[in-house]
Unconditional design. Structure first.
Length: 74
């Protein structure tokens, strides 16, 4: 058992959350910050952030698919 965990249920809670869900806030924050460094107007920032978020999700999906296919050649 982890010394820093408050109870046994902390480990169960973290085990129930798929790791891919941690990517969503990261994608949102990175897209907004990158969009804000390129534009000053708020609508332009959101439009650029949306395009970047779609690109990031697409790139991660391609990498996930390649790793998934490579897993069949164990």
């Amino acid at each position: 058992m982890n010394v820093f965990s408050i109870s046994y249920f902390d480990n169960l809670l973290l085990a129930a959350i798929p790791q891919i869900w941690f990517a969503i806030p990261l994608i949102v924050v990175v897209s907004l910050v990158y969009g804000a460094t390129r534009h000053e107007n708020l609508p332009d920032i959101f439009a650029h952030s949306l395009r970047n978020a779609i690109w990031y999700v697409g790139f991660m999906s391609i990498i996930f698919f390649l790793i998934w296919v490579a897993g069949f050649w164990n």
